[in-house]
Design a protein around this ligand. Structure first.
Ligand code: BJW
Length: 267
């Protein structure tokens, strides 16, 4: 498809780079799921929360609950908060941004290329949209694990029966979400795959992430230092906006379908 006369040049530039690329890596953050109704971590408001969660959001910011220390201090409160979020993720639907990334993977694959999708999101919406090559950097809220044995379980789509939930695997254990909290190591396999993909790619995209949480925030510069063309789509400027080759201020649910259409659409 030819760019429209009024097509913003950065979108057309990004589309051209994607069309010419063989290996593409995208890293996604909470902004990509915002259009599915899931709140982001930074800059969130409390207006539409259920009454029993209002106090939690007023008293704590999400990042301060995402720590082992918070869980140790008050496992009932932290697991209740995570269970509420788990049910929200299960009820949410993938949006056009998720769908465009699944389509991008399909188009690249059909041409002998690859898309490696590094996600900081724990909601599994990429997989539900059809993406198959997804690296979960911060784990998943859909699965929970035993604090004593590490064994994983996928709880039903109903509220947990008790908070904190007892482990079904060990009478002395609790269940916690299988996510990565501040101060915890990212899964080794995910970190290795992400690093290798960033070093080897032709194009690296940062999508809907504030790019402040490490090590995830380092991959764009790593890719750039190995010769990749780098792009960003975000509603706001981020710490990497000035170092990427093209930075686009837009909703990912609007810009990604357009970029994929420009790159691979007929016409
Ligand atoms: C839209 C939009 C739309 C909205 N369209 N855009 C180096 C330097 C400094 C610090 C560190 C460092 N290395 C490590 C650290 C410490 C720490 C860290 O990074 N701290 C910084 C905050 C200062 N990192 C860690 O602790 C990590 N672990 C680690 O490094 O371990 C080392 C170790 C090794 C060996 C043994 C032990 C330890 C772990 C980080 C884990 C992060 N976990 C969380 C919670 C996950 C579980 C949960 O869901 O609750 O992950 S925190 C939270 O932030 C979550 C997110 O994945 C992550 C990133 O947030 P994200 O996705 O970018 O969202 P937001 O809300 O920040 O931004 C949304 C963006 O979207 C905004 O920019 C909007 O504008 C935009 N947007 N709508 C487009 N429609």
């Amino acid at each position: 498809m030819n760019p429209r006369r009024d097509e913003p040049a950065p979108l057309a530039l990004l589309a051209r780079r994607l069309r010419d690329a063989r290996r593409v890596v995208a890293i996604t953050g909470a902004g990509v799921s915002a259009e599915s109704g899931l709140r982001t971590f930074r800059g969130a408001t409390v207006a539409d929360l259920p009454a029993d969660m209002q106090a939690l959001w007023k008293e704590f910011d999400p990042a301060s609950l995402a720590t082992p220390e918070a869980f140790d201090a008050n496992p009932a409160m932290v697991t209740k908060w995570y269970d509420w979020r788990r049910l929200g993720c299960l009820a949410a639907e993938p949006n056009p941004g998720h769908a465009a990334l699944a389509e991008l993977e399909h188009q690249l694959h059909a041409r002998g290329g690859t898309l490696t999708l590094l996600t900081q999101n724990v909601d599994r919406l990429h997989q539900r949209a059809g993406s198959t090559n997804v690296v979960e950097l911060h784990g998943s809220i859909i699965d929970w694990r035993c604090t004593r044995t590490g064994r994983r379980v996928t709880p039903d789509a109903a509220p947990m029966p008790a908070f904190p939930p007892p482990s079904p695997f060990d009478p002395a254990g609790l269940l916690r979400p299988d996510v990565v909290w501040f101060g915890e190591a990212l899964p080794e396999d995910a970190l290795t795959r992400a690093g290798e993909a960033a070093v080897e790619c032709d194009v690296f995209l940062s999508l809907g992430t504030s790019a402040v949480v490490y090590p995830a925030a380092a991959f764009s510069r790593l890719a750039s230092s190995h010769g990749a063309f780098t792009g960003e789509i975000n509603l706001e400027a981020t710490p990497i906006s000035n170092s990427v080759d093209v930075s686009i201020r837009a909703r990912t649910g609007d810009a990604l379908p357009r970029v994929v259409e420009l790159a691979f659409g007929e016409g």
